[in-house]
Design a protein around this ligand. Structure first.
Ligand code: PRP
Length: 286
């Protein structure tokens, strides 16, 4: 039987679109009709399962799926057990406690004896126990932000990304319990053959992530400043330098990491660089 990597992703929800986009950029292409929950890639040894988010950790632990793209928050709430292979840098959010915006809040002791509505019972219970807080946890599986407004609880514990849902429901974030982002998780007992396919996928993912953190920069430099300009470039081993048609000028090409980007551009300008073009990079293999 042909070995394929079984990849579970969210059927719907905040990770769905970006998970599909990332896989497609990695050359894991597939045509899934609406509501088709299992589909084989026609370009990579993989099969996709579109599943309900909270079910995915069990599917991976049971070996039904080999790997999954999940929020770290989901795996922590499940109780761990899956191998974190690669953080993916999207769907960044935090799991936070929140209370009505007019509630005076001076610390986590506020929640002693209070009712908290959440879908994250395990993570919240552990956090409260760590701080020796005894609250009544009321489990609900969605629309958590409504709870204080209908008298169901004094506070909530839910995911916050932009903060817009809290704001629209008259709540304020008062305590961050954990920070989370999308990541690729794997069953810890994956076979050697599947590991080989997974390594191929991880290599492609790292090329995409590296590219996301870098920009390709092309600039024109006066030859008498070329040495200083090259020294000021934090990019790859050595930039490409080509003579321009105009006497005394060269074209310099390199990649610059986003963390160094604006400082580098300021330095290059002050050294006389002109016509600076900044281009997104699709893939970067170092
Ligand atoms: C999450 C979470 C919040 C909202 C926060 O819901 O439960 O309701 O996002 O995002 P914001 O801070 O950007 O407003 P999601 O849309 O993932 O769906 P869910 O209700 O299924 O959790």
């Amino acid at each position: 039987m042909e070995n394929v990597l079984k990849i579970a992703i969210q059927k719907s929800g905040r990770l769905n679109e970006e998970s599909i986009a990332l896989l497609k950029k990695c050359g894991v292409k597939f045509n899934n009709g609406k509501d088709q929950l299992r589909v084989k890639s026609h370009t990579f040894s993989a099969e996709l399962y579109f599943l309900r988010n909270s079910d995915i950790p069990n599917y991976v632990m049971d070996g039904i799926a080999d790997v999954a793209i999940l929020g770290e928050n989901t795996v922590i709430e499940h109780g761990g057990g899956l191998d974190l292979k690669q953080k993916l840098g999207f769907s960044k959010c935090r799991l936070s406690l929140a209370v009505p915006k007019d509630t005076p809040y001076s610390g986590i002791e506020f929640f002693n004896g209070k009712k908290i509505a959440t879908s994250y019972v395990t993570t919240l219970s552990q956090h409260l126990a760590k701080h020796n807080i005894k609250s009544e946890i009321h489990k609900i599986s969605g629309s958590v932000e409504i709870a204080p407004n209908i008298g169901l609880a004094e506070g909530i514990c839910d995911l916050v990304s932009s903060g817009s849902t809290l704001f629209k429901n008259g709540l304020k974030e008062c305590e961050i319990i954990l920070e989370s982002e999308a990541a690729l998780f794997a069953n810890p007992n994956i076979s050697a053959e599947k590991q080989e396919i997974l390594d191929k996928l991880l290599f492609r993912i790292s090329a995409i992530l590296e590219a996301n953190h870098n920009k390709y920069v092309l600039l024109n430099a006066p030859n008498d400043k070329l040495d200083e300009i090259v020294k000021a470039l934090p990019g790859m081993k050595s930039p490409t330098i080509l003579p321009l048609a105009i006497e005394g000028w060269s074209s310099v090409h390199t990649a610059i990491n986003e963390n160094d980007f604006w400082d580098s551009i300021d330095k290059l300008k002050s050294l006389g660089a002109e016509g600076i073009l900044v281009v997104p990079i699709e893939k970067m293999i170092l």
